[in-house]
Design a binder for this molecule. Structure first.
Ligand SMILES: Cc1cc2nc3c(=O)[nH]c(=O)nc-3n(C[C@H](O)[C@H](O)[C@H](O)COP(=O)(O)O)c2cc1C
Length: 205
């Protein structure tokens, strides 16, 4: 039987997915949401207070995690409502037609906590959920994790840092700091080690 590891999700990493849910009126909703892989069949979400996703999850106690690399789906579901045509039903749950893979999940617990990050103090809901059916639609796909992109972006700055003036250099260092924050939040041990090496290299220069 498929589990999260067999679809390329590693324990402890955070993946950028599109979560589809259903509202009280039976309409579909989609939003980009980070999914932390806790175990083979267990995930955790951190949901901000004012999202439809949280509202719908609290009502239905279930949701669908869609794995996609489609940029328009990410953009449209963030800045507007994703058109109804993007959705289809698997059993009685909405999923996104174009997803490379998707899985359904059932909520185990919802816990409200105060969180302080670089934006300030916010209330977040920690959703623990169990994975049910996993549907793989494309032969090859990789769940989307930002760590490798943050490392690549940092390396681009590293490779240019000798060529630029002091002001630009400081801007690059700030961006690398931000990329380090991303890697530490969403990455695995190898990502964190790679980022450490980048920082050490810059320090030794
Ligand atoms: C890549 C990405 C990841 C996101 N991850 C989360 C998340 O983990 N939790 C959250 O509450 N919002 C997250 N957001 C913000 C929500 O997607 C955004 O607030 C969205 O408009 C919520 O839509 P909804 O009200 O239809 O649920 C993320 C946005 C992006 C672009």
């Amino acid at each position: 039987m498929d589990d999260l590891h067999s679809i390329g999700m590693e324990k402890g990493l955070l993946y950028e997915t599109i979560i589809s849910t259903e509202n009280e009126a039976g309409e579909p909703n989609a939003a980009p949401i980070g999914v932390i892989c806790k175990d083979k069949r267990e995930i955790v979400l951190y949901l901000n207070h004012a999202t439809h996703t949280l509202e719908n999850i609290k009502i239905n106690k279930n949701f669908t995690v869609n794995i996609t690399h489609n940029p328009l789906i990410f953009v449209n579901s963030t800045i507007s409502d994703l058109d109804f045509n993007y959705f289809k039903k698997y059993n009685d749950k909405f999923y996104i037609k174009e997803a490379e893979a998707f899985f359904t999940a059932t909520v185990e617990s919802v816990k409200e906590v105060e969180k302080e990050d670089n934006i300030g103090k916010t209330t977040v809901n920690i959703i623990k959920a169990n994975v049910n059916d996993i549907i793989i639609k494309e032969k090859q796909f990789t769940p989307l994790n930002r760590a490798i992109f943050a490392i690549i972006e940092s390396l681009v700055y590293v490779s240019r840092i000798e060529l630029v003036d002091d002001n630009t250099r400081n801007i690059y260092l700030e961006r690398i700091n931000e990329m380090t924050r991303v890697v530490n939040r969403v990455g695995g041990l190898d990502h964190k080690e790679a980022m450490k090496r980048i920082l050490k290299y810059l320090e030794d220069k």
